[in-house]
Design a binder for this molecule. Structure first.
Ligand code: AMP
Length: 249
């Protein structure tokens, strides 16, 4: 079985993002970029399926600027086999990403696509669902456990107040939640080995996909600053403040 894992290069989760003064977006100048954490979990899950003998090949694909090659290399160093970079400097919205991924699926014929449940930059949580719809494949989103057997994927999903288990007929789309696994760090020998693994570079036009944006960002603003707390003398005072100042009870 071949597994396709789309990985996105995003602002590192440790970075405190700053909004640009003109409110058009966040400042990306000199900011550390890394693989989206949910995509790392997707890569790890694919590698575990390969280690179990369920999968033979893991192909990672990233849509983004030339530097997204580093993100692909990280996945190759973790244990993926080869990469595809669909290079573009434009911001590509989830629908266009899903269309490009569909074209890659048509070419590569994987039996499983494992994506992150969301990218932590745009927080869209759309690409996996759109890809499943375009392919007309079953989908298991927010997976906290995945088992493959007899041409089916058993996917446990984290839903409000509990867990839901689905049985999907392969080929299928799965998106990863935080508790699915803990991604490994690449060892130095594997980082060296990854340098020799192949990465194909393509352009969106190679797949005939129009990536022109359909959405306009009106503005991006900082969250309101948190005000300092105060100490109250008694429960009565606390209740009074909650009622008359905060207006929450
Ligand atoms: P989103 O729908 O943007 O929150 O992203 C969900 C998932 O879709 C990510 O975790 C990736 O697996 C995949 N994805 C989104 N954008 C890209 C991209 N530019 N390149 C590769 N994969 C992507």
């Amino acid at each position: 079985m071949k597994i396709l894992v789309p990985v996105k290069r995003v602002v590192d989760y440790n970075v405190k993002v700053r909004v640009k003064p003109d409110q058009t977006g966040v400042d990306l100048a000199n900011v550390k970029m890394s693989m989206n954490p949910f995509c790392e979990i997707a890569v790890e899950e694919a590698i575990r399926l390969k280690e179990k003998g369920v999968a033979e090949e893991i192909v990672v694909v990233s849509i983004g600027p030339a530097q997204a090659q580093e993100t692909i290399r990280t996945a190759l160093a973790m244990g993926a086999d080869r990469g595809i970079l669909i290079q573009t400097d434009d911001a590509v919205e989830p629908l266009a990403v899903a269309k490009l991924l569909k074209a890659v699926v048509d070419e590569e014929s994987p039996e499983l696509v494992v994506l992150g449940k969301q990218a932590i930059d745009g927080d869209n949580n759309q690409t996996g669902q759109m890809l499943a719809a375009l392919l007309d494949w079953p989908q298991g989103t927010f997976a906290s456990d995945v088992e493959i057997a007899d041409g089916k994927a058993k996917v446990t999903r984290e839903i409000d107040g509990g867990l839901q288990t689905l049985s999907l007929t392969l080929p299928a789309v799965v998106t990863t939640d935080l508790r699915l696994n803990e991604p490994r760090y690449a060892s130095l020998p594997n980082i060296m080995k990854a340098k020799r693994k192949p990465i194909d570079t393509k352009a969106p036009s190679d797949y005939g996909v129009d990536t022109a944006p359909r959405l306009t960002v009106v503005k991006v603003t900082e969250p309101p600053k948190r005000e300092a707390g105060i100490k109250v003398e008694s429960v009565a005072e606390l209740v009074d403040k909650l009622k008359n100042e905060a207006g929450v009870i």
